[in-house]
Design a protein around this ligand. Structure first.
Ligand code: NAP
Length: 242
């Protein structure tokens, strides 16, 4: 059986992506770092609606934890593999660069970029084996495309993730694995709840923040059969904001 793994599936965009996979009839593994209650709530709602879901705790920025947890899952599921991977876990630690604590630089890079590397590297061999195929979607950001003042760490992590998406797409295309990135603008979630929404939405041509479901629809499309020839792309979803 083919499973989907969504890193940071307990809240926000990742949570919406988990519901999208369930809607598509794909069993989903909801990864979280610390918020077990939120992950369990997503799991419960999917299962109550006839879907298949489970929760899985690990810190994407800890390679040993990633490998040990996924090794254990594979041992328990000898006939299954994770065919859909959404590298969504991410954090913000905004500051002007001259005032940025070094640990905030590393924390953001470790989560978005190194997290992508650890989880994807661990799961790639099974996707590529006998050209079984796979879909990888990386949650980048408008910040990674245009750079955002106050976010040198976040912009650097997301720009690097875009570069890695394009490079990896070329490495694995012949094995029927596609690798794409999604670059959202402002989306309603815990990550953006402290931002001055009334002020910022005026910068958006559509005059509103996006909804997690809107991003999830795009991720769902990239993981569907309809998107089988799309790879190495970065698709913006930002209400017209550049
Ligand atoms: P969010 O509401 O803050 O949720 C973050 C999720 O990531 C949570 O599920 C959290 O798990 C998980 N997470 C954080 N660090 C982790 C780690 N080290 N290991 C495993 N899981 C971890 O954020 P969001 O707005 O949904 O953002 C999701 C992704 O979209 C991020 O990559 C973000 O950069 C990107 N994005 C968001 C926006 C936006 O406007 N919201 C725009 C562009 C891009 P816990 O619940 O356990 O803490």
């Amino acid at each position: 059986m083919k499973y989907a793994l969504v890193t940071g599936g307990s809240r926000g965009l990742g949570r919406a992506v988990c519901f999208k996979f369930a809607q598509m009839g794909i069993p989903v593994i909801i990864n979280y770092q610390s918020n077990r209650d939120a992950a369990e709530e997503v799991c419960k709602e999917i299962c109550e609606n006839g879907g298949v879901a489970s929760i899985m705790q690990f810190d994407v920025s800890n390679e040993n934890e990633v490998n040990a947890t996924l090794d254990a899952w594979e041992n328990e599921h000898p006939d299954d593999y994770i065919a859909f991977l959404v590298n969504n876990a991410g954090i913000r630690r905004d500051n002007l660069m001259f005032m940025m604590p070094t640990e905030d630089w590393h924390a953001v890079i470790n989560t978005s970029l190194n997290g992508f590397y650890y989880v994807t590297k661990r799961l790639l061999p099974k996707m590529m084996m006998r050209k079984r195929g796979g879909r990888i979607v990386n949650m980048a950001s408008l910040s990674g495309l245009k750079g955002m003042a106050g976010q040198t760490n976040y912009s650097a992590a997301k720009a690097a993730l875009i570069g890695a998406t394009k490079a990896l797409a070329q490495e694995v295309a012949a094995r029927s694995v596609t690798v794409n990135a999604v670059a959202p603008g402002f989306i309603e979630s815990d990550m953006t709840k402290d931002l001055p929404q009334d002020e910022l939405k005026n910068l958006v041509p559509m005059k509103r923040f996006g909804k997690p479901d809107e991003v999830a629809s795009l991720v769902g499309f990239l993981c569907s059969d309809e998107a089988s020839y799309i790879t190495g792309e970065v698709i913006s979803i930002n209400g017209g904001l550049y």
